[in-house]
Design a binder for this molecule. Sequence first.
Ligand code: TEU
Ligand code: CA
Length: 563
Amino acid sequence: MKNKKWWKEAVVYEIYPISFKDSNGDGIGDLRGIISKLDYLKDLGVDVIWICPIYQSPGQDNGYDISDYYAIKPQFGTMDDFDELLKEAHDRGLKIMMDLVLNHTSDEHPWFIESRSSKSSPKRDYYIWHDGKNGLPPNNWESYFGGSVWQLDEKTGQYYLHLYSKYQPDLNWKNEEMIQELYKMIRWWLKKGVDGFRFDAIAHIVKAKGLPDAENPNHLEVVQANQFFSNLEHVHDLLRKLNEEVLMESDIMTVGETSGLGPEQALEYVGNERHELNMVFQFEHMTLDSPSTGTSRWETRSWTLPELKKIMAHWQTTLHNKGWNANYLGNHDQPRQVSRFGNDKEYRVESAKMLATFLLTLEGTPYIYQGEEIGMTNASFKHIQDYKDIETLNFYKLSQMQQVPEDKIMAAIYAKSRDNARTPMQWDASEHAGFSDSKPWMKVNDNYREINVEAALKDPSSIYHHYRKLLALRKQHKVMVYGEYTLLLPEDLELYVYTRTLAEECLLVVLNFGHDTVEFEWPDQLAYDAGELLIGNYEGLPEGESEQKKTIRPYEARVYKLI
Ligand code: TEU
Ligand code: CA
């Protein structure tokens, strides 16, 4: 096995702390809540816990607006709680990965307060300031959270740039002193003994020279301008330098969040010889249900299975032996995977298990988002008052201003809102789902009495136990980690079939992404009489099934070990 690494064999579990577990009854998840669930995570069989931001923050974007990188936000606990979490995790053989936001800070960060205080402030250049153009913002770029990326600051009459909300001013990565401050902070966390970093929005730290207007044939106020601030060449110089000066000596794992790229471009970040990042989160499969790049991510379209296969195969084969994939089907920014790629009604359990089988049999490091292991579903709250996410609320306001009908706005929110995945974790059937003793900061999904951890632990045929088995198998069979992926039946509309091969070992994965029973003809090139069913998501086999012709039931998943 070439290039064996611990972080390739690891499975990551993502925690969105505000919604994971509340330990002190204020309705807000916290660090002691996480500590209390470490045994649960260990039993599940994951290796690394990625914790979304817990730093000091006004919380405009649930912590992705940091006002002090060296402090824990009191609602989450204290630095002592963090140290204890780290120790308790390490004692159990679990690793901790921090989420670092280096593209921007909060507007309440002391650097920004100083920066905005005057044009001649020594920290002015830590952020991106610009004069307006004829009483208008410096250019027509649209922010990810709606409106212009520019905010006028009355005090000095200049605009500052923010790719996300106006509470999240972008840092200026042309300023060496600012960069050194970030390095110092990262070294400080490394010294504590954290095991890795997820670099938030890292693709965006460099903006195009001259900040040019994007093409705007319809003369809109603002237009998507991704190409001017995503994955630009200089990002790589900055990451190599970060690696050389700060990260290299520690045996940590790194993953960068990089939207808007394909696998060839991803190799520029994760190629074995690049010394930048271990892996990146790509977004291609997350845009499957949007019309096309350039349109709003709130619009939806229906997609077909061959499209998904094509994207995944492209990533799997391009990075094989050359880099490494980070695989995910959902996270805190995306709808619930069973609601999006499966069937959260008649086949919730089957399809959640099928998706788990998919995620854990791809080449790359798998990332499981909290709640997926019990098949949690989209929030689908009826009233806008129940939504908390700044992106969702901005979208609602802007759509209202444009007189989009209410039902159309809400339909988009049901399908795509980030809050779909941010409802409190469902631990048991008691009031507030065992998440908290009092009213949680965000409504619990109504289905918590049926869908919860306690029920899942008791039921040997639950989604939870399926994950557990898959994670154990992954430890046993290195082919699940390192095996080469080969796609079969690329055009099949229901079946997703592939093999994983490592030296003598070979697995055949058969997944039904549809709600019909379909026939699967065992491929001639694979010796069928030797197939041993390693794991499946149905009890027993269908009656009358022959060795050569398999009957694959709705959302069925089977993994065969060949030879
Ligand atoms: O998300 C950023 C993110 O999804 C973008 O980088 C992406 O490029 C864009 O939305 C296009 O689809 C991260 C966090 O995960 C998210 O929770 C934060 O709100 C955001 O960064 C800002 O920090
Ligand atoms: Ca709390």
